[in-house]
Design a protein around this ligand. Structure first.
Ligand SMILES: C[S@@+](CC[C@H](N)C(=O)[O-])C[C@H]1O[C@@H](n2cnc3c(N)ncnc32)[C@H](O)[C@@H]1O
Length: 271
């Protein structure tokens, strides 16, 4: 039997129900599942540009790097927080899910029903190769096609914090788990790219009313990617657009070097 997810029509906000390969609301707005298996619920009004979100090359680099398992401790940490603070067998909405690595890991590690949402259609296409049981949607984080108070856990991994929208879709007592870059994230990689690297004190955006903070901590670990994975790490970040050609050689000679992964993990609960 097909799983039911609490999707809402992006046009009129009514619940969407599925029949075969088509989702329809009671006002007869209908949306067909793409050949690859994702559902495009991004309306023209919610499209900030013609091809919004991360570019295909960035997504391919991210897929290859993440598939090497270098960031698995981050996925495991997020899952541990969900299992500790969230509902049993939760419905998780992973917002800005990219090519789907963390959504897929959370489905596995939390026994969850997952929705992965990203504004990039290319990302959604790639997500379908990660898992067939996850509901992959193309959507804007600022206007989610999800029913109000229907989600147990919202996650955003190196992604966006749309406070009012996450509060709207979360059930009362539901949690938001956020991973963001810490102050020393990828410092050694940045030193290869830029002439000067300034220390930045990173902090998550204020939680605001409507949420209470359950926990916030900064964690780090080291990885030593080989040359190919180091290039993928560079290419999955915005640094790849800023690196000068001569500094690319630094990366060619740096396979196996130690790189700090530093992230802030925050759990907020909807009051
Ligand atoms: C840094 S990537 C992180 C992807 C994924 N969570 C990961 O860590 O592998 C940020 C993602 O947010 C998506 N994104 C950017 N703006 C968005 C928006 N308004 N709504 C939904 N997704 C968005 C991008 O397409 C990109 O895939």
């Amino acid at each position: 039997m097909q799983k039911e997810f609490p999707l809402a029509c992006p046009v009129c906000r009514q619940a969407l129900t599925v029949c075969g390969k088509t989702y329809r609301c009671r006002n007869s707005h209908s949306f067909d599942v793409a050949r690859q298996g994702y559902l495009n619920l991004l309306t023209v009004q919610n499209m900030p540009s013609k091809n919004p979100g991360d570019a295909k090359e960035m997504l391919i680099a991210r897929r290859s790097f993440l598939s090497g398992g270098y960031y698995l401790p981050i996925a495991e940490h997020a899952a541990e927080m969900i299992n500790r603070h969230g509902a049993d067998h939760p419905i998780i909405a992973d917002i800005g899910c990219g090519e789907g690595y963390y959504t897929w890991q959370l489905e596995r590690l939390c026994g969850a029903d997952c929705i992965g949402a990203d504004i990039s259609k290319e990302g959604a296409r790639m997500c379908c190769m990660r898992s067939k049981s996850i509901m992959w949607i193309v959507a804007n984080a600022g206007d989610l096609p999800l029913q109000s108070e229907s989600i147990d856990v919202v996650t955003a991994v190196f992604s966006l914090f749309h406070q009012s929208e996450y509060l709207r879709v979360l059930k009362k007592g539901g949690i938001f788990v956020e991973i963001s870059a810490g102050s020393h994230h990828l410092t050694e990689l940045k030193q290869l790219i830029y002439d000067e690297v300034f220390e930045q004190h990173k902090q998550p955006a204020p939680a605001g009313d409507g949420f209470e903070t359950v926990s916030v901590s900064e964690e780090s670990f080291e990885i030593s990617p080989g040359e190919e994975a180091l290039h993928q790490l560079l290419d999955m970040t915005p640094h790849s657009r800023r690196i000068r050609a001569e500094n690319r050689d630094n990366i060619n000679n740096a396979g196996g070097m130690k790189i700090t992964v530093d992230y802030i993990i925050r759990v907020l609960r909807k009051k």
